[in-house]
Write a protein that binds this ligand. Structure first.
Ligand code: BTN
Length: 329
């Protein structure tokens, strides 16, 4: 398992180049920002050079980044990231069983809110309802975000809906596609599933210790990469857009959108998010079948509640509250 946690100096260096895009930064200025010696800066720049970053060094002006390497790295993801909380602490792996597992371990080790775990591949990626989540190498975004919201457990499903809105907004920004949300957590493009969201809680009595939001997005997956059984129902952004999509920029956009929505939620409550969610929802006003653990309910979806619970009206006019189900339209 290859892990790289960004060192303090490295992180500050990347931040300095992000905040001063296209500018030369002198060794002294970088040393002041990072709180270290110029030699330490020079060593770190040499490290980055070895990894494929290219710097222009001009006498009396300093260093400027002119190109970044093509493989995904923690630095390439955080370079240009405009968030305060989400992704400020980022763990990047080449291969793991599941990023959810790592994030939940970090949560128990008191990792800070907004910690993000990303892997190029998951060997035991998990989906909802104990399903497997196919996560082949270099093709997608397999990411878990650690949150510590001070909300009652009953409100936790709202976080899934917030995430869905953020993911849709990010896809809209990164592509020409028109993603939609299928309750509660599937992001669809042209009727096929592109992204799934898995929200897992660690709680005691009515207080939440941590929430791990897992996002699995098929970005540059080819049709042949999908297992036979999901080939008809799943797709990727690149298949739908007809071009390769840059994963690092997309990760940054997702984190930026999510942070904005999360802070809006903490200050203004769920209502503004609910309205956004409904504007993207594929399934409202449609005749559907909800497969729950206790059986099937068919009827017309009439909306979601303040808590993100799906409301279905059956043919007898009875309204059912659906907390967890698979939806068939
Ligand atoms: C679903 O069933 O639709 C949810 C899929 C969630 C998959 C993501 S990938 C990153 C994180 N790690 C996991 O093992 N699962 C989630």
């Amino acid at each position: 398992m290859a892990e790289r946690v960004q060192s303090g100096i490295r992180k500050k260096l990347i931040e300095a180049f992000t905040n001063n895009e296209n500018e030369y930064l002198s060794g002294q200025k970088l040393a002041d920002i990072a709180g270290c010696s110029r030699t330490a800066i020079w060593k770190q720049i040499e490290e980055l050079r070895k990894e494929g970053f290219q710097f222009q060094a001009v006498r009396r002006k300093g260093y400027k980044i002119v190109s970044i390497p093509t493989a995904m790295t923690a630095d390439k993801i955080t370079l240009g990231l405009k968030t305060e909380i989400f992704g400020r602490n980022l763990y990047y792996y080449d291969s793991v069983e599941s990023t959810q597992k790592i994030a939940s371990k970090l949560a128990n080790e008191a990792a800070e809110e907004g910690t993000v775990v990303i892997s190029e591949e998951q060997t035991a990626g998990r989906g909802r309802m104990d399903r497997k989540w196919h996560s082949p190498k270099h093709t997608g975004i397999w990411m878990s975000i650690l949150l510590r919201p001070k909300i009652p457990i009953s409100k936790a499903p709202q976080l899934t809906l917030i995430t869905a809105v953020g993911v849709v907004q990010a896809i809209e920004e990164a592509t020409e596609l028109l993603p939609q949300i299928k309750w509660p957590n599937d992001i669809m493009v042209n009727g096929k599933k592109i992204t799934g969201i898995l929200t897992e809680l660690q709680a005691e009595a009515d207080s939440i210790h941590s929430v791990i939001i897992g996002i699995g997005m098929n970005v540059n997956t080819l049709e042949a990469d999908f297992p036979e059984e999901i080939r008809r129902t799943a797709s990727s952004l690149s298949i739908e857009a007809g071009r390769t999509i840059g994963r690092e920029e997309l990760i940054r956009t997702i984190l930026e959108k999510l942070e904005k929505l999360y802070l809006l939620y903490l200050t203004k409550g769920f209502l503004p998010i609910k309205l956004m969610w409904e504007s993207y929802a594929i399934s409202i006003g449609k005749q559907i079948i909800a497969r729950t653990i206790t059986g099937e309910i068919s009827g017309k979806t009439i909306g979601i509640t303040e808590d993100g619970v799906l409301l279905i009206e059956d043919s007898a006019g009875v309204i059912h509250h659906i907390y967890s189900a698979d939806i068939k339209m």
